[in-house]
Design a binder for this molecule. Structure first.
Ligand SMILES: [Zn+2]
Length: 221
């Protein structure tokens, strides 16, 4: 098995690809009023970050799963970067996480968790980049703390890297990125693939992938 492609982007060209069209994207339901306004302002131009419903649900479920204990969670955003009309954007298809050391105000991957994380990355089954990370602020709202900024600077300092911060208690979410030394908010859209049902948040028909072992059910009596 080849090792997962997890860092950098220099060694592969950025492909041209149309971003998810308007009828397959929406604003996250936890955007605050200001973020919602920014989202609407970019509807024509498009976004620099698109998060799949699958990834979004995993992030929200992960954050909610420990919110009663007020524990932070974190994970990596897996996807790709593309270019369209000269604009680069990131598409987050999935997320990965592992065992965490966490409290209500900080979180990190546990030492033993790294091996598990790399195993799960190898299992992801598609060639992706790490396009950023997510973590939760249970009850603290969404912002980038000095530690968060340090993490961003050290590990996610490319323009396409995003930091998704989610507060499962206040029900808020916001994405950030580094623009030089400044931390900026990054409006983003939730998108779904054609085979997904946008209304119930469930995949109604799984896309058949090449190499998938599918049992063939003969309808015989
Ligand atoms: Zn934080």
């Amino acid at each position: 098995m080849s090792s997962p492609h997890i860092v950098g982007s220099k060694d592969r060209p950025i492909r041209e690809r149309e971003p998810p069209p308007k009828d397959r994207r929406t604003a996250h339901k936890w955007l605050n009023d200001k973020a919602k306004e920014e989202y609407l302002g970019l509807e024509e131009k498009g976004y620099e970050l698109y998060i799949s419903k699958l990834a979004e649900e995993k992030i929200r479920n992960h954050a909610s799963s420990t919110s009663s204990d007020r524990l932070e969670v974190m994970g990596l955003l897996l996807g790709n970067i593309f270019r369209c009309n000269g604009n680069e954007y990131a598409l987050v298809r999935d997320v990965a996480t592992t065992d965490l050391d966490s409290s209500s105000v900080r979180v990190r991957f546990s030492r033993d968790g790294m091996e598990k994380l790399f195993a799960s990355l190898e299992d992801a089954g598609f060639n992706y980049l790490i396009v950023g990370w997510y973590h939760s602020h249970p009850g603290h709202r969404c912002f980038m703390s000095p530690t968060d900024v340090e993490t961003q600077r050290g590990l996610f300092n490319k323009r396409f890297h995003s930091a998704v911060v989610i507060d499962p208690i206040s029900k808020e979410i916001e994405a950030f990125y580094l623009d030089g030394s400044k931390v900026k908010s990054r409006p983003f859209a939730i998108y779904w693939d054609e085979f997904q049902n946008p209304y119930y948040g469930e995949t109604v028909r799984r896309k058949r992938l090449a190499g998938d072992a599918q049992p063939i059910k003969a309808n015989r009596r």
